[in-house]
Design a protein around this ligand. Structure first.
Ligand code: SF4
Length: 342
């Protein structure tokens, strides 16, 4: 994962606060933190900044075990909001603007991905946008539930960012009730479809994802057909939990069920798939295997594991395996060594 850096809002704010006494300015402290990361990783190709405002969804596939399937407590949510409203955060301190400047002053410029619990509902959204608008040369990518784009005004403002490369969001099912159940928020499907219409009208490059939870497989063929009919390309993402698996065993998709769901999808729907991330080649039809990419291995994420039969598999050298918890929950189920990678 050399060159990929993932910052959480609070953690980065604390690192900047720790560096500040030695560098005297927020911008100097931001540069020092990035220099540490470059030294650690050897290079800097991409930075993700994860905003931690209280989420309006409670997704079953959330990477954070303590948030998976449940909203934050009212007390925690109000504390987080108050801290952000008071400016005790990256945005209010000017650190976000300094981060954008530093990344864009590097040669070559390093893209910044804004992500996290729906950042479009961050209480300091106007300041976030102002920090991104300051640098017309910024390479920007935005991801998250992004339901705020159900507002045409916000969509137009974001679409006007000169360096916007893409916006990514997640559709779990073409079926409204199924989608809403998986993201734990009634009405989310309708809001997301409105957001997709606005983003399409504004000609924003869109990256749609389906997180391959077990429940998403129930309607996966229909969801893929729904997206292909609307000429929306999709990336399929394996569910890879943090180390603390918690009660998410039911969320893991058995590889044989995933394979069957993909085999049920029409060929045109499979052709519309842009990429398949973190999925072993044996779980995908041949048509999709060349679209498989490894998942980012972030600190805290579970390591990769292989089954006893994997040593004989033709894909072994380029397969990223399954998370450790897959073995605990499902053993080597569905791992079927391939005779060839064609
Ligand atoms: S059999 Fe093992 S090595 Fe081969 S694709 Fe499946 S998980 Fe990967």
């Amino acid at each position: 994962m050399s060159g990929f850096v993932f910052f959480r809002e609070k953690q980065l704010a604390l690192r900047i606060a720790a560096a500040w006494p030695f560098h005297k300015t927020v911008a100097g402290a931001v540069r020092a933190v990035l220099a540490e990361e470059i030294q650690r990783a050897g290079s800097l190709d991409e930075v993700h900044l994860y905003f931690e405002n209280p989420c309006a969804q409670a997704c079953e596939f959330c990477e954070e075990p303590r948030r998976r399937g449940q909203f934050p407590s009212r007390h925690l949510a109000s504390l987080l909001l108050r801290a952000q409203e008071l400016g005790l955060d990256l945005v209010g301190s000017g650190a976000l603007a300094a981060l954008v400047d530093t990344l864009m002053d590097l040669e070559p410029k390093v893209p910044l991905t804004i992500t996290g619990h729906d950042w479009t509902r961050h209480p300091r959204r106007p300041e976030i946008l102002a920090a991104l608008e300051r640098r017309p040369d910024a390479r920007l990518r935005l991801q998250g539930p992004s339901l705020g784009f159900s507002s045409p005004e916000l969509t137009r403002r974001v679409a006007a960012l000169p360096g916007l490369e893409w916006i990514a969001t997640t559709l779990q099912s073409s079926d409204a009730a199924e989608h809403d159940a998986m993201v734990g928020a009634p009405g989310a499907h309708a809001e997301l479809l409105a957001a997709l219409d606005n983003l399409k009208a504004a000609r924003v490059p869109l990256v749609l994802t389906v997180v391959l939870s077990r429940r998403a497989l129930r309607t996966l063929p229909e969801t893929l057909s729904f997206l292909a009919a609307r000429r929306l390309s999709v990336s399929l993402q394996a569910f890879i939990p943090d180390e603390a698996m918690g009660p998410a065993f039911d969320v893991l998709a058995p590889l044989d069920e995933l394979r069957r769901a993909l085999e049920r999808a029409p060929r045109e729907a499979l052709l519309a798939i842009h990429s398949v991330v973190g999925v072993p080649p044996c779980a995908a039809p041949a048509l999709l295997r060349r679209k498989i990419a490894p998942a980012h291995r972030m600190k805290g994420r579970e390591g990769a594991r292989f089954g006893a039969g994997c040593g004989t598999c033709a894909a072994r050298g380029r397969c990223s395996g399954v998370p450790s918890s897959y073995f605990v929950a499902l053993g080597a189920r569905g791992m079927e060594p391939l005779a060839s990678t064609d």
